[in-house]
Write a protein that binds this ligand. Structure first.
Ligand SMILES: NC(=O)c1ccc[n+]([C@@H]2O[C@H](COP(=O)([O-])OP(=O)(O)OC[C@H]3O[C@@H](n4cnc5c(N)ncnc54)[C@H](OP(=O)(O)O)[C@@H]3O)[C@@H](O)[C@H]2O)c1
Length: 350
């Protein structure tokens, strides 16, 4: 198959770095443009020594310019902060390109909800209805014809995949869900901030934005679609002193008394043809290190008969499954390729 030239806006961020890693060995998607305002002019291998010897390492970093991207690429990944992505997306779509946006700019269907949670008026609300939420397990058919993909947030990926089978089978009370999620420090991005310095993150563990994190409306929007009813979720994030990985412990209430084996059978059947979701055997629980650098979402199930709770534990890699790998999976589908092209990634443990 002919190479498909792709662009990457925001190559110096953590998700941009991960995209560069994945695209360097992709069989069809060819990294042709990579942008950064701070590093323009350098070859990629100058900032990423791991690309030495790969053709992608010789790609010259350019300043972001929608006209140049439109002239050189067929599809562009936007790995930039929310608020910055929407104008690039609008311009590239008008020029006939396909866009995978890793930011939150097109994830929420309602521009009012976006404004409430992100403190920003959406400048292109007319594009919101055409954005497809980029979770391949849920939306692969729509992604095949999508021009604009809203790549999911990292925390939402772990929570939505963790709860989808329970909602599809009506196993849990929709009014009593608590997602207790923990992320490595790369989830906050690569820009400098005092709170993310080594001495502030290492050897401690803290909660933040309890009940008011921006991923809450995205989780509720997508879970409500799966449940067929409006849902609220208590979503509570924590910062782990590790560089990458997310582990979500999701506490739910069963609607009837069930053995864990029965729940496990329903989860296994739900994901039987979805090889990236690994429902672990009863008695096993996931760990971030076993999914590091991969597309896997590992799920462990516990039924606590004393409280009649189903506790779901899901683990993903925030940069690969929760961002850049998922973005490539979406780009594959949008380009007529197998969803897993270039994504046969084994864990990078330890
Ligand atoms: N980190 C994660 O785990 C994760 C997971 C899922 C989704 N996301 C989302 O993915 C996006 C990127 O995240 P990240 O963690 O990679 O961020 P990051 O580390 O802060 O990197 C941001 C990148 O965007 C570029 N940039 C910033 N403002 C720009 C602008 N106005 N125009 C063009 N380029 C601009 C920066 O380079 P220059 O300033 O040099 O141009 C840099 O390369 C964010 O929207 C984030 O919410 C992140």
């Amino acid at each position: 198959m002919q190479p498909i030239p792709v662009g990457l806006v925001g190559v110096t961020g953590y998700t941009g770095m991960e995209l560069a890693r994945i695209l360097a060995v992709h069989p069809v998607l060819k990294l042709t443009r990579a942008t950064s305002r701070a590093e323009a002019g350098k070859p990629l291998k100058a900032i990423y020594p791991f690309l030495e010897g790969f053709p992608a390492g010789d790609v010259a970093i350019t300043a972001p310019d929608a006209a140049d991207l439109a002239a050189s690429c067929k599809l562009v990944f936007l790995a930039v902060p929310h608020g910055a992505a929407m104008d690039y997306a609008a311009e590239l779509l008008v020029a006939g390109l396909k866009v995978v946006d890793l930011s939150a700019d097109f994830r929420l269907h309602d521009a009012g909800v976006y404004a409430d949670w992100y403190g920003l008026a959406h400048r292109h609300p007319a594009l919101l209805p055409e954005a497809v939420y980029g979770l391949p397990e849920l939306n692969s058919a729509r992604l095949k014809t999508a021009k604009l993909t809203a790549n999911p947030g990292c925390y939402p990926t772990s929570v939505i995949l963790g709860l989808a089978p329970a909602l599809a089978n009506g196993l849990i009370d929709l009014t009593d869900i608590v997602a207790d999620s923990k992320s490595g420090a790369s989830g906050a991005g690569r820009k400098a901030s005092t709170a993310m310095l080594f001495c502030e993150v290492h050897d401690t563990f803290r909660a933040y934005n309890l009940g008011k994190h921006r991923h809450t409306p995205e989780i509720e929007q997508e879970l409500s679609k799966l449940a067929g009813a409006t849902m609220t979720v208590s979503f509570n994030p924590h910062l782990l002193p590790i560089d990458r990985g997310i582990l979500s412990t999701i506490y739910t209430k069963l609607t009837r008394v069930m053995a864990v084996e029965e729940v496990h059978a329903l989860y296994a059947a739900h994901y039987a043809d979805k090889p990236w979701v690994r429902v672990l055997p009863v008695g096993k629980l996931p760990e971030t290190r076993y999914v590091r650098g991969t597309m896997f979402c590992d799920i462990g199930l516990v039924v606590d008969p004393r409280t009649n709770r189903l506790i779901v534990v899901s683990a993903i890699d925030n940069l690969c499954r929760g961002a850049s790998g998922q973005a490539v999976a979406c780009a594959n589908l949008m380009s007529g390729l197998p969803v897993d092209a270039g994504l046969f990634l084994a864990p990078m443990m330890p």
